[in-house]
Design a protein around this ligand. Structure first.
Ligand code: UDP
Length: 232
């Protein structure tokens, strides 16, 4: 299970919510990994490049409504990703947690597993369909539901793993090869939201944090090579 934040699809200056060249590059990495590795790959894409529930709520929009707007943003991203991946010849399916049958299949767990068995890349859209949650937590839930071996959390801000302190503020901060879920919580390491972290801990789902946009990183992460930080 690969979790990509919505911001990973934006242009480097964030002027465009979805940058065609960036999406094409990510799709290229995904398709070449699928062709070269014996993989069943599912993706959860976020929506932070388009809308965040908390931002809208701060501006006076009802929180549940604002979160629904965020979930719809993830559908837009999922379709952009689907289009780019399929242009490169890799079959995909978008499964949405909010029903919109003209656009995407509804999320049905067994159907997701079947698509994966048939070699399709499954893109989960609309988070888990419930407000007050994030797509990190959605990725953790879907990963557990489909029996994923691991959750790959691709970051987009140039941070290539979990550090002993904030590397932007502390020059002595070191990247950790592995770290326990308890340490992430105790030291407030903020790699994923806490609901997702505790869910992964409770369900024995290891998480690899790596730099999604670094050259070759996605392929290495999917190949199980040592990269980033493993949380377990
Ligand atoms: N969201 C939600 N329920 C979910 C998943 C997402 O309400 O199950 C909403 C929430 O408002 C969130 C927005 O969708 O702010 C976009 O998702 P997220 O912030 O996780 O995207 P990312 O940061 O990964 O781009």
């Amino acid at each position: 299970m690969l979790k990509m934040s919505g911001e990973a699809l934006a242009s480097p200056s964030a002027a465009e919510a979805i940058d065609g060249a960036v999406v094409e590059r990510l799709a290229g990495d995904i398709v070449s990994a699928c062709q070269e590795l014996p993989l069943e790959l599912a993706i959860v894409v976020g929506g932070g490049n388009i809308w965040r529930g908390t931002t809208g709520a701060a501006e006076g929009i009802d929180r549940a409504t604002s979160d629904t707007m965020g979930m719809l943003g993830t559908v837009i991203n999922a379709l952009a990703l689907q289009s780019a991946i399929e242009r490169l010849g890799q079959p995909t399916r978008v499964l949405s947690a909010i029903h919109m049958q003209e656009v995407a299949e509804p999320y049905i767990r067994r159907r997701a597993v079947r698509h994966l068995e048939k070699g399709r890349v499954v893109i989960f859209a609309a988070g888990m369909g419930n407000p007050y949650f994030t797509t990190d937590t959605s990725a953790a839930l879907r990963a557990a539901e489909i029996g994923a071996a691991m959750l790959l959390k691709g970051t987009h801000s140039g941070v290539d793993g979990v550090y002993s302190a904030d590397p932007k503020l502390d020059a002595t901060a070191e990247r950790l090869d592995t770290v326990s879920f308890m340490e992430v919580v105790r030291r407030d390491l903020r790699v994923m939201d806490l609901t997702a972290v505790t869910f992964c801990k409770d369900n024995g789902l290891p998480v690899l944090v790596f730099d999604l946009l670094a050259e070759g990183a996605l392929r290495r992460a999917l190949a199980g090579e040592e990269i980033g930080t493993l949380i377990r």
